[in-house]
Design a protein. Sequence first.
Length: 276
Amino acid sequence: MALRNSYVLVNSSSKKRLITKQQTIFLTRYHNYTGEFKVFTFLRGVLVLLLAPVLTGLVSIGAIIMVFIFRRSAAEVQILPRTLGRIVAWLSGVSVRMTGAELLAPGQPYIFAANHQSQFDIFALQGYLGCDFRWLLKLELFKIPVFGTAMHLAGYIPVDRAHGRKALKSLDEAARRIAGGTSVAIFPEGTRSPDGKLGQFKAGAIVLAIKAGVPVVPVAIVGTHQILPKGRLLVKPGRVEIRVGAPIATSEYTVKQKQELAERLQGKVAELMARP
C-alpha cells in the first residue's frame, strides 16, 4: 500500500527524523493539539479491545444457559446482546442517539438496511436500535464453538454465500423466517467503508427483502467511522446517531427489479446520512 512508503519529516529535540504516515495518523489520533499524548483515550481503547471478546464470550455462554436451563425464548435472549452493545458503548465513551422510531409499526417485521462504516456499527445497532431483530450472518460464523451455538439459539439467521444452490436455499429459508415475523438487520454494502462514504448496495441483499415481502427500512449510522474506522483496533470516544427512515414497501417489486429497489434504498440512506 502507498502508506507504507510515505514518510513525514519531523523535528524532535533538534533532531530530524522520518516517520511513516501510518505513525503520523496514530500520533494525531492519540495526541491533543498541544502534542500531549492522550493516555486515557489510548488506555480506554486498549481496555475495550481486550474486554469486547471476553464480554461476547460471556454473553454467548449466558444465551446458552438461558435457553437450555431456564427455557427462555430467542426473543427473551435478545436482552443479552442488547446489554452487550450498551456496555461496550459506555466503556468506549460513546453516546448513541436514535431518531425515527415513530416511523415503525409495533409488531411489524422489517429488514433494516444500514450503511456500514465501522465494526462499532454492530454494537450501536444491537444496543440502541430499540427493536427486536436478528442478524443475517454468513454460515461460517455459526461454526465457531460456543459463539455459533449461542447465535443459533438466539435466532440469528445463517446464509451460505459460498455455494450456488445452497446459497439460494439459505436465502429462501431466511425469507421464510422473516416473512414469519422475524425482523433482521443487514449491511447491503457487503463490507465496511474505508473512508466513511456510502458504498454501492449489492442487489443480492435486496433479493431477500423482495422474497420475504416485508418492508425494508433505510438506516443511516453516523459517527462510527470517526470512532473506529476500518483498519483500526482502538476505539475513540464520540457521538453516534442512528437515523431511521420511512419503511419502503417491497410488495410492488419483483426480483427482476432488485437493482431498482437497491438504488432507491441507497438513495434514502444517503439522504439520511446527509441530514444535518
